[in-house]
Design a protein around this ligand. Structure first.
Ligand SMILES: *Cc1c(COP(=O)(O)O)cnc(C)c1O
Length: 510
């Protein structure tokens, strides 16, 4: 036997693993096998989670010998059942109520399968062709829905955090450019002279990625000024006005105001028209973080985003409220020329002459280089089910949250923070009688952990005014009010068990 013939028959022959015209059948078989497994797992999930602990699962993963390959997809999938699939957290389950993770729509999964196999890279036209054009159409479509105008542009990103970082980067560089060009600025002034005076204003309920961005951009987290929120957890426009005036008085430069359209905890939407007015008055970049609230763009509640069309930039996370798999996210700008702050030309990739020849190289607008064709998922979603159907799903969970709020509001066992404008509910179990808040904290922490360990349901937790609360994030239209009532009963049950074990006899459960 020649060496070559032997290699071709050897299952370990590395080349048989490459996807090409000779192995397309093998690819088909392997993928079908994996899809069969996943669909069986999804069909069979009875709980969002098995409740396994870190210590329980760690040895199983550690026992896998990464230097002893199985040479067999079926065997590897059997093993994967043990190390991952059996104990994964399933967002499609109606009692997964924790974070901003949505059940995913099937058209997007079709897109995912296609984009991974073709493996286009969206940094340049010569690595993607139609992929680039599809992404650009979706950016234009989204900008159109927002109402950003004819000069708008943008780019798909890895997520809201990256979009927010890019927003702050453009805002910073625009502010520096303007400041250095201002009359009276010494001609030898540099960017680093301006940097310490830059400030970002955002509400106390905004996402932590804004602070992280300020740090990454060399401004420090202290460059972020926190604006108080009102009783509905919306940024107070009067407080924002005061803070902007104070910046001006102190010789600081309010480079950006970040309004959140759908805060992570409360779903609250900051006053967008008032924010736009103030940004115009102070020359501040208006960024709207609609990572969560972007689903409103296709819902019958579009009016909740009125004012977003005046933003300089917008973050949208399709992987939150468009029912898309992670990652699917975009960053939009009103004025496409501002994207030049991330444009660098490399001879090997996107030389300047290509821009002159109007060859569309998306890397010119991105802080990533090699980049997935995530846009294809949204494309197939719009082409198969349509935007209205996506909006209906989001509207349904918002309706459900409104009903659940009534349920919680009327339930003496719980205290609920604000009436939701989107689909989250922040609440806490209150022990009967005049319990001290420390104990209530411990009860709620316990209830959340016990519920997680049971695997019956998953809820999130957060803090309000320093106290521990629980949170439902509803993104699954399959979650019924009955599911929610059941989970509340489970929480009360775990809380009751915890209280019963307390040494202080005066306290009782409801
Ligand atoms: C989730 C979220 C982010 C971060 O988005 P990722 O996609 O997780 O990076 C930013 N802002 C808000 C308001 C969010 O809810």
């Amino acid at each position: 036997m020649t060496l070559l013939a032997h290699a071709a028959e050897d299952p370990a022959d590395s080349r048989t693993y490459l996807l090409n015209n000779g192995t397309a059948q093998r690819y088909h078989r392997a993928l079908t096998e994996s899809v069969d497994r996943v669909s069986a797992t999804i069909a069979g999930t009875t709980r969002p989670f098995t409740g396994i602990s870190v210590d329980g699962l760690t040895p199983t993963v550690a026992a896998v010998d990464l230097d002893a390959p199985l040479h067999d997809a079926a065997a590897a999938l059997d093993e994967l059942e043990e190390v991952y699939l059996r104990d994964a957290v399933y967002f499609h389950h109606p009692r997964y109520l924790a974070h901003l993770n949505c059940p995913v729509v099937i058209p997007a999964l079709v897109g995912e399968a296609v984009l991974t196999a073709v493996n286009s890279s969206l940094d340049t036209w010569d690595q993607s062709a139609g992929g680039t054009l599809i992404e650009r159409r979706l950016i234009d479509w989204t900008a159109g829905r927002i109402g950003l105008g004819a000069s708008a542009d943008g780019i798909f990103t890895s997520g809201g955090s990256q979009s927010n970082l890019q927003a702050m980067l453009l805002a910073r560089d625009e502010a520096c450019r303007r400041e250095l060009a201002r009359e009276g600025t010494p001609s030898d002034a540099r960017l680093t002279d301006v940097l310490p005076r830059l400030r970002i204003l955002t509400s106390e309920c905004s996402h932590f990625s804004i602070r992280k961005a300020a740090t990454l951009l060399g401004m420090g987290a202290e460059a972020v000024l926190t604006v108080p929120a009102d009783d509905h957890k919306r940024m107070r426009a009067d407080a924002l006005a005061d803070e902007l005036a104070r910046c001006r008085r102190d010789g600081l430069i309010p480079m950006a105001v970040v309004a959140t359209a759908g805060t992570t905890d409360f779903g609250s939407i900051d006053p967008l028209p008032e924010t736009a007015e103030l940004c115009a008055r102070y020359g501040a970049w208006m960024h709207v973080d609609a990572a969560y609230g972007c689903g409103l763009l296709v819902s019958r509640r579009r009016h909740l985003l009125d004012g977003i069309e005046r933003a300089d930039s917008v973050t949208v996370d399709y992987h939150k409220s468009f029912f898309q798999p992670v990652s699917s996210s975009a960053f939009l700008v009103r004025d496409r020329t501002t994207l030049r702050h991330v444009t660098y030309h490399a001879d090997y990739l996107n030389p300047r002459r290509m821009a002159e020849q109007r060859i569309p190289n998306q890397v010119d607008k991105s802080i990533q280089t090699t980049r997935r064709f995530d846009a294809l998922k949204l494309w197939l979603t719009l082409r198969i089910m349509g935007a209205r159907a996506v909006g209906e799903l989001f509207d349904e969970v918002i309706d459900r949250a409104a009903d659940a709020w009534k349920l919680l509001h009327d339930d003496p066992r719980f205290d609920v923070v604000v009436e939701p404008s989107l689909s989250t509910l922040v609440f806490r179990y209150v022990p009967a009688g005049d319990a001290d808040p420390e104990l209530a904290d411990r009860v709620n922490l316990h209830a959340r952990e016990a519920l997680f360990a049971s695997g019956d349901a998953i809820v999130a937790g957060t803090k309000v005014d320093g106290r521990h609360y629980l949170k439902f994030t509803l993104l699954n239209p399959e979650t019924t009010l009955e599911d929610i009532a059941t989970v509340l009963d489970l929480i009360a049950e775990h809380a009751g068990t915890f209280l019963a074990a307390q040494p202080r006899p005066a306290l009782s459960a409801h």
